[in-house]
Design a protein. Sequence first.
Length: 275
Amino acid sequence: MSTTAVAAAPAPRNNAFTRWLRQRMGALLLALGLLVLWEVAVRVLGVKEYLLPPPTKIWLEFTKRMPTVMDGAWVTTQEILGGYLMAVLVSIPFALAVTYSRFMENAVYPVVVFLQIVPKIAIAPLFIIWFGFGYTPKLLIVFLLSFFPIVVSSIAGFKAVDPEIADFARTTGASGWKLFAKIRLPQALPDIFTGMKVGAALSATAAIVAEFVASDRGLGYLLLQYNGNLDTPMVFAVIFLLSFIGLAVYYTVEFIERITIPWHTSQNQLNSTTL
């Protein structure tokens, strides 16, 4: 009598978001542990609240003034997302132009590098003079600070195609568009996402710099107000909220990266750590 082996049905694989959460669990637990240590140390050592308030005090003051702070957070978030998305939409086509055009590489790109060297805090007042105190100058500062790392990484990615692979594709009759879509773009995506993550990390800093220069709304404005009033708990609350917004943008880009290029070595290494 022959027996038929019945293979056990494989367990369903966790989706990308679940794997991502599992990988971040260690960081979340570490952050929680540091907050507990902070709370205990401040109370045991008797540190004055105006110097270093305990986390519970920060949370209490935040909940009391949540509507005001969240209104400022919404303003700053719009500046961050608007400037960052504009940087992504402009920088990648610009990187393509530099990759394919000698004129763009030799004439235009050096000008962009020069403009990047100029401190943004120095040109922020000029934007206020030119565009007023509204949304536009903050958007431009976020754009400028996020733009350059995406451009540099994208150019490196687009130029990293192995010439032998490109020549082989041409000999098989691949058109310029097919060569780009099937070889150059997929190979450039890891570098593009690296630049996008750096730009995402800088976008929150750029928004605060812009609001420090001239603004009557936003987290940067509130941070200056609370600092001037020696309201240390609210200073920490605003800093934490701003950090959370920046992390949210960064990890959103990272999550999109994992979905877009799951085949890349870096993503395979990350996935293997959760198995």
